[in-house]
Design a protein around this ligand. Structure first.
Ligand SMILES: [Zn+2]
Length: 336
Protein backbone atom coordinates (compact mmCIF):
# COMPACT_ATOMS: atom_id res chain seq x y z
CA UNK A 1 0.00 0.00 0.00
CA UNK A 2 1.29 3.41 -0.93
CA UNK A 3 0.90 6.65 0.91
CA UNK A 4 -1.36 8.98 -1.05
CA UNK A 5 -0.40 12.61 -1.05
CA UNK A 6 -3.79 14.20 -1.52
CA UNK A 7 -2.40 17.74 -1.41
CA UNK A 8 -0.08 16.94 -4.34
CA UNK A 9 -2.93 15.33 -6.24
CA UNK A 10 -5.04 18.49 -5.95
CA UNK A 11 -1.96 20.72 -6.31
CA UNK A 12 -2.71 22.75 -3.21
CA UNK A 13 -0.53 23.64 -0.20
CA UNK A 14 -1.09 21.91 3.12
CA UNK A 15 -2.58 25.06 4.62
CA UNK A 16 -4.94 25.69 1.70
CA UNK A 17 -8.30 27.21 2.58
CA UNK A 18 -11.44 25.11 2.09
CA UNK A 19 -12.60 27.21 -0.85
CA UNK A 20 -9.21 26.84 -2.60
CA UNK A 21 -9.37 23.08 -2.23
CA UNK A 22 -12.86 23.11 -3.65
CA UNK A 23 -11.96 25.21 -6.67
CA UNK A 24 -8.79 23.18 -7.35
CA UNK A 25 -10.89 20.04 -7.23
CA UNK A 26 -13.50 21.45 -9.63
CA UNK A 27 -10.89 22.58 -12.11
CA UNK A 28 -9.06 19.23 -12.11
CA UNK A 29 -12.25 17.18 -12.18
CA UNK A 30 -13.38 19.05 -15.29
CA UNK A 31 -10.00 18.66 -16.92
CA UNK A 32 -9.66 14.93 -16.20
CA UNK A 33 -13.24 13.79 -16.58
CA UNK A 34 -13.09 10.62 -18.74
CA UNK A 35 -15.75 12.07 -21.08
CA UNK A 36 -13.46 15.00 -21.79
CA UNK A 37 -10.52 12.70 -22.61
CA UNK A 38 -11.74 10.17 -25.17
CA UNK A 39 -8.19 9.60 -26.51
CA UNK A 40 -6.79 8.45 -23.17
CA UNK A 41 -9.97 7.65 -21.25
CA UNK A 42 -8.37 4.98 -19.12
CA UNK A 43 -5.52 7.13 -17.83
CA UNK A 44 -7.94 10.00 -17.35
CA UNK A 45 -10.23 7.77 -15.33
CA UNK A 46 -7.39 6.82 -12.98
CA UNK A 47 -6.48 10.42 -12.54
CA UNK A 48 -10.14 11.39 -12.09
CA UNK A 49 -10.54 8.76 -9.37
CA UNK A 50 -7.48 10.05 -7.52
CA UNK A 51 -8.89 13.55 -7.66
CA UNK A 52 -12.24 12.38 -6.33
CA UNK A 53 -10.54 10.49 -3.56
CA UNK A 54 -8.33 13.42 -2.62
CA UNK A 55 -11.35 15.70 -2.42
CA UNK A 56 -13.35 13.15 -0.45
CA UNK A 57 -10.66 13.50 2.23
CA UNK A 58 -9.47 17.10 1.98
CA UNK A 59 -12.97 18.44 1.35
CA UNK A 60 -14.18 16.92 4.61
CA UNK A 61 -12.84 18.73 7.71
CA UNK A 62 -13.01 15.58 9.82
CA UNK A 63 -11.14 13.44 7.30
CA UNK A 64 -8.68 16.20 6.47
CA UNK A 65 -7.81 16.62 10.13
CA UNK A 66 -7.17 12.90 10.45
CA UNK A 67 -5.15 12.85 7.26
CA UNK A 68 -2.99 15.73 8.47
CA UNK A 69 -2.12 13.98 11.71
CA UNK A 70 -1.46 10.65 10.03
CA UNK A 71 1.77 12.13 8.76
CA UNK A 72 4.87 10.04 9.29
CA UNK A 73 2.99 7.69 11.60
CA UNK A 74 0.85 6.43 8.79
CA UNK A 75 2.56 3.05 8.51
CA UNK A 76 2.12 2.30 12.18
CA UNK A 77 -1.52 3.26 11.85
CA UNK A 78 -1.78 1.07 8.76
CA UNK A 79 -0.44 -1.87 10.75
CA UNK A 80 -3.12 -1.40 13.39
CA UNK A 81 -5.82 -0.98 10.78
CA UNK A 82 -4.63 -4.11 9.00
CA UNK A 83 -4.88 -6.16 12.18
CA UNK A 84 -8.44 -5.04 12.57
CA UNK A 85 -9.19 -5.82 8.96
CA UNK A 86 -7.83 -9.35 9.47
CA UNK A 87 -9.96 -9.69 12.56
CA UNK A 88 -12.99 -8.63 10.60
CA UNK A 89 -12.37 -11.04 7.77
CA UNK A 90 -11.70 -13.86 10.24
CA UNK A 91 -15.13 -13.12 11.62
CA UNK A 92 -16.65 -13.72 8.21
CA UNK A 93 -16.18 -10.28 6.75
CA UNK A 94 -19.59 -8.98 7.64
CA UNK A 95 -18.46 -7.54 10.93
CA UNK A 96 -18.66 -4.15 12.54
CA UNK A 97 -18.20 -1.55 9.93
CA UNK A 98 -18.54 1.57 11.98
CA UNK A 99 -19.93 4.37 9.85
CA UNK A 100 -19.23 2.64 6.62
CA UNK A 101 -19.66 4.72 3.54
CA UNK A 102 -22.89 3.06 2.59
CA UNK A 103 -23.58 1.20 -0.61
CA UNK A 104 -21.54 -1.88 -1.29
CA UNK A 105 -20.50 -2.58 2.25
CA UNK A 106 -20.19 -6.29 1.50
CA UNK A 107 -17.02 -5.60 -0.42
CA UNK A 108 -15.98 -3.14 2.25
CA UNK A 109 -14.78 -1.07 -0.64
CA UNK A 110 -15.52 2.55 -1.15
CA UNK A 111 -14.38 2.45 -4.75
CA UNK A 112 -11.31 4.41 -3.66
CA UNK A 113 -7.77 3.16 -2.99
CA UNK A 114 -6.72 0.70 -0.27
CA UNK A 115 -5.07 3.62 1.43
CA UNK A 116 -8.37 5.45 1.57
CA UNK A 117 -10.30 2.41 2.74
CA UNK A 118 -7.84 1.71 5.49
CA UNK A 119 -7.99 5.12 7.07
CA UNK A 120 -11.13 6.88 6.00
CA UNK A 121 -13.90 4.44 5.20
CA UNK A 122 -14.67 4.40 8.93
CA UNK A 123 -15.12 8.11 9.32
CA UNK A 124 -18.26 8.50 7.32
CA UNK A 125 -19.50 11.24 5.11
CA UNK A 126 -19.69 14.85 6.08
CA UNK A 127 -23.20 14.70 7.46
CA UNK A 128 -22.31 11.78 9.72
CA UNK A 129 -18.92 13.03 10.88
CA UNK A 130 -20.51 14.65 13.91
CA UNK A 131 -22.32 11.48 14.77
CA UNK A 132 -19.14 9.41 14.57
CA UNK A 133 -17.26 11.95 16.63
CA UNK A 134 -19.66 12.12 19.52
CA UNK A 135 -22.13 9.27 18.98
CA UNK A 136 -24.76 11.99 18.37
CA UNK A 137 -28.40 11.15 18.59
CA UNK A 138 -28.48 8.41 16.01
CA UNK A 139 -29.01 4.75 16.56
CA UNK A 140 -25.74 2.83 16.98
CA UNK A 141 -24.52 0.30 14.46
CA UNK A 142 -25.66 -3.29 14.57
CA UNK A 143 -22.66 -5.49 15.21
CA UNK A 144 -22.06 -9.08 14.31
CA UNK A 145 -19.69 -11.76 15.53
CA UNK A 146 -19.59 -15.54 15.74
CA UNK A 147 -20.22 -17.69 18.78
CA UNK A 148 -18.88 -21.24 18.90
CA UNK A 149 -21.07 -23.81 20.59
CA UNK A 150 -20.88 -27.53 21.21
CA UNK A 151 -23.79 -29.86 20.47
CA UNK A 152 -24.50 -30.08 24.20
CA UNK A 153 -24.86 -26.27 24.42
CA UNK A 154 -27.25 -26.35 21.50
CA UNK A 155 -29.26 -29.24 22.97
CA UNK A 156 -29.57 -27.82 26.49
CA UNK A 157 -29.98 -24.17 25.51
CA UNK A 158 -30.25 -21.66 28.33
CA UNK A 159 -27.94 -18.99 29.67
CA UNK A 160 -24.28 -19.05 28.82
CA UNK A 161 -21.65 -16.52 29.73
CA UNK A 162 -19.28 -15.92 26.85
CA UNK A 163 -16.28 -13.66 26.31
CA UNK A 164 -16.19 -12.25 22.82
CA UNK A 165 -13.65 -10.13 21.07
CA UNK A 166 -15.51 -7.20 19.63
CA UNK A 167 -14.47 -4.05 17.91
CA UNK A 168 -15.32 -0.99 19.97
CA UNK A 169 -15.13 2.69 19.30
CA UNK A 170 -11.90 3.93 20.88
CA UNK A 171 -12.92 5.43 24.24
CA UNK A 172 -10.06 7.95 24.29
CA UNK A 173 -10.73 9.70 20.99
CA UNK A 174 -14.36 8.53 20.75
CA UNK A 175 -13.78 7.14 17.30
CA UNK A 176 -12.28 10.25 15.70
CA UNK A 177 -8.74 8.86 15.56
CA UNK A 178 -7.31 12.14 16.76
CA UNK A 179 -6.62 13.54 20.20
CA UNK A 180 -5.50 17.15 20.79
CA UNK A 181 -4.72 17.48 17.09
CA UNK A 182 -2.41 14.45 17.17
CA UNK A 183 -2.91 10.86 16.17
CA UNK A 184 -4.69 9.08 19.02
CA UNK A 185 -1.96 6.91 20.64
CA UNK A 186 -4.54 4.51 22.01
CA UNK A 187 -5.95 3.30 18.68
CA UNK A 188 -3.15 4.61 16.40
CA UNK A 189 -5.64 6.80 14.62
CA UNK A 190 -8.04 4.08 13.53
CA UNK A 191 -10.73 5.18 15.98
CA UNK A 192 -11.44 1.56 16.91
CA UNK A 193 -10.08 -0.96 19.34
CA UNK A 194 -10.42 -4.69 19.78
CA UNK A 195 -11.66 -5.43 23.25
CA UNK A 196 -12.92 -8.51 25.04
CA UNK A 197 -16.37 -8.17 26.50
CA UNK A 198 -18.42 -10.61 28.53
CA UNK A 199 -21.97 -11.32 27.50
CA UNK A 200 -24.76 -13.35 29.06
CA UNK A 201 -26.31 -15.10 26.12
CA UNK A 202 -29.63 -16.92 26.02
CA UNK A 203 -29.14 -19.91 23.75
CA UNK A 204 -32.39 -21.19 22.23
CA UNK A 205 -32.80 -24.96 22.64
CA UNK A 206 -31.90 -26.74 19.41
CA UNK A 207 -30.15 -23.70 17.93
CA UNK A 208 -28.80 -24.40 14.45
CA UNK A 209 -25.61 -23.61 12.62
CA UNK A 210 -25.73 -20.12 11.14
CA UNK A 211 -28.64 -18.98 13.30
CA UNK A 212 -28.42 -15.43 14.62
CA UNK A 213 -28.91 -14.63 18.27
CA UNK A 214 -29.76 -11.01 18.96
CA UNK A 215 -28.47 -9.15 21.98
CA UNK A 216 -30.55 -6.00 22.03
CA UNK A 217 -28.66 -2.82 22.81
CA UNK A 218 -25.26 -4.52 22.97
CA UNK A 219 -24.11 -3.21 19.61
CA UNK A 220 -22.48 0.04 18.59
CA UNK A 221 -22.88 3.05 20.84
CA UNK A 222 -25.59 5.56 19.99
CA UNK A 223 -28.98 6.53 21.22
CA UNK A 224 -30.31 4.00 21.27
CA UNK A 225 -27.42 1.55 21.01
CA UNK A 226 -27.38 -0.86 18.08
CA UNK A 227 -27.85 -4.59 18.54
CA UNK A 228 -25.23 -7.30 18.66
CA UNK A 229 -25.88 -10.36 16.54
CA UNK A 230 -24.13 -13.61 17.37
CA UNK A 231 -23.90 -16.04 14.50
CA UNK A 232 -23.88 -19.60 15.75
CA UNK A 233 -21.04 -21.87 14.71
CA UNK A 234 -21.52 -25.43 15.93
CA UNK A 235 -18.40 -27.45 16.59
CA UNK A 236 -18.32 -31.02 15.31
CA UNK A 237 -19.34 -33.58 17.88
CA UNK A 238 -17.29 -36.80 18.27
CA UNK A 239 -20.38 -38.99 18.70
CA UNK A 240 -23.25 -37.44 16.79
CA UNK A 241 -23.70 -36.10 13.30
CA UNK A 242 -26.50 -33.61 12.95
CA UNK A 243 -28.76 -33.12 9.94
CA UNK A 244 -31.48 -30.56 10.59
CA UNK A 245 -32.98 -31.58 13.92
CA UNK A 246 -32.07 -35.27 13.52
CA UNK A 247 -29.01 -36.92 14.99
CA UNK A 248 -27.04 -39.81 13.52
CA UNK A 249 -24.85 -42.20 15.45
CA UNK A 250 -22.91 -45.34 14.59
CA UNK A 251 -23.30 -48.12 17.15
CA UNK A 252 -20.89 -51.09 17.21
CA UNK A 253 -22.84 -54.30 17.96
CA UNK A 254 -21.79 -57.92 18.08
CA UNK A 255 -22.97 -60.10 15.23
CA UNK A 256 -24.93 -62.41 17.54
CA UNK A 257 -27.27 -59.53 18.41
CA UNK A 258 -27.79 -58.96 14.68
CA UNK A 259 -28.35 -62.63 13.90
CA UNK A 260 -30.32 -63.67 16.94
CA UNK A 261 -31.79 -60.33 18.00
CA UNK A 262 -31.11 -58.66 21.32
CA UNK A 263 -31.08 -55.53 23.37
CA UNK A 264 -28.36 -52.88 23.25
CA UNK A 265 -27.65 -49.65 25.12
CA UNK A 266 -27.55 -46.58 22.92
CA UNK A 267 -26.20 -43.14 23.87
CA UNK A 268 -28.63 -40.27 23.28
CA UNK A 269 -28.37 -36.61 24.22
CA UNK A 270 -30.93 -37.36 26.97
CA UNK A 271 -28.90 -40.29 28.37
CA UNK A 272 -28.58 -43.96 27.50
CA UNK A 273 -31.63 -45.88 26.31
CA UNK A 274 -32.25 -49.55 25.58
CA UNK A 275 -32.98 -50.46 21.99
CA UNK A 276 -34.29 -53.80 20.72
CA UNK A 277 -32.64 -55.35 17.68
CA UNK A 278 -34.95 -57.72 15.83
CA UNK A 279 -33.56 -61.17 14.90
CA UNK A 280 -32.03 -61.39 11.43
CA UNK A 281 -31.06 -57.72 11.25
CA UNK A 282 -28.65 -56.94 8.41
CA UNK A 283 -25.33 -55.27 9.11
CA UNK A 284 -25.37 -51.43 8.80
CA UNK A 285 -29.11 -51.27 9.10
CA UNK A 286 -30.35 -47.99 10.58
CA UNK A 287 -32.97 -47.95 13.32
CA UNK A 288 -34.87 -44.87 14.39
CA UNK A 289 -35.32 -43.63 17.95
CA UNK A 290 -38.31 -41.36 17.65
CA UNK A 291 -38.04 -37.96 19.39
CA UNK A 292 -34.45 -38.52 20.55
CA UNK A 293 -32.94 -35.87 18.26
CA UNK A 294 -32.44 -32.14 18.80
CA UNK A 295 -35.20 -29.95 20.19
CA UNK A 296 -36.93 -28.03 17.41
CA UNK A 297 -36.35 -24.31 17.82
CA UNK A 298 -39.64 -23.17 16.34
CA UNK A 299 -42.36 -25.81 16.27
CA UNK A 300 -41.61 -27.56 19.55
CA UNK A 301 -40.98 -31.28 19.86
CA UNK A 302 -37.75 -32.93 18.81
CA UNK A 303 -36.13 -34.55 15.84
CA UNK A 304 -35.24 -38.24 15.76
CA UNK A 305 -32.06 -40.15 16.35
CA UNK A 306 -30.92 -42.62 13.74
CA UNK A 307 -28.73 -45.48 14.92
CA UNK A 308 -26.66 -47.39 12.40
CA UNK A 309 -25.81 -50.88 13.62
CA UNK A 310 -22.23 -51.70 12.75
CA UNK A 311 -21.58 -55.41 13.27
CA UNK A 312 -18.25 -56.29 14.86
CA UNK A 313 -16.77 -59.58 13.71
CA UNK A 314 -15.19 -61.68 16.45
CA UNK A 315 -11.40 -61.85 16.33
CA UNK A 316 -8.79 -64.22 17.79
CA UNK A 317 -11.15 -67.16 17.84
CA UNK A 318 -10.55 -70.05 20.22
CA UNK A 319 -10.20 -73.58 18.81
CA UNK A 320 -13.70 -74.38 19.96
CA UNK A 321 -15.14 -71.28 18.32
CA UNK A 322 -13.37 -72.12 15.08
CA UNK A 323 -14.83 -75.61 15.19
CA UNK A 324 -18.33 -74.27 15.79
CA UNK A 325 -18.01 -71.71 12.98
CA UNK A 326 -16.94 -74.50 10.63
CA UNK A 327 -19.99 -76.48 11.65
CA UNK A 328 -22.19 -73.44 11.07
CA UNK A 329 -20.61 -72.86 7.68
CA UNK A 330 -21.15 -76.47 6.70
CA UNK A 331 -24.79 -76.25 7.82
CA UNK A 332 -25.23 -73.09 5.74
CA UNK A 333 -23.68 -74.75 2.72
CA UNK A 334 -25.99 -77.77 3.08
CA UNK A 335 -23.07 -80.18 3.49
CA UNK A 336 -24.30 -81.66 6.69
ZN1 LIG B 1 -8.37 6.54 19.66
Amino acid sequence: MNYKNYYDILGVPKNAAEKDIKSAYRKLARKWHPDANPQNARAAEEKFKDIQEAYEVLGDPEKRKKYNVLGSNWQQAAHQAEQQRRYRSAQGETVFDFGDLGGSSAEGASGFSDFFDMFFSGIGRRQTAQQTAGFGHQRGQDLETTIELGLRDAYDGGKKSVSLQVEDVCPRCRGTGTLNNALCPHCHGTGRLLTTRKFDVSIPKGVREGQRIRLAGQGGAGSPNGDLFLIVKLNDDPTYKRKGDDLYVDLPVNIYDLVLGGEVRVPTMAGQVTMTIPPGTQNNRTLRLSGKGMPRVRNGGSGDQYVRLVGQLPQELSEKEKKLYKELAALRNGKS
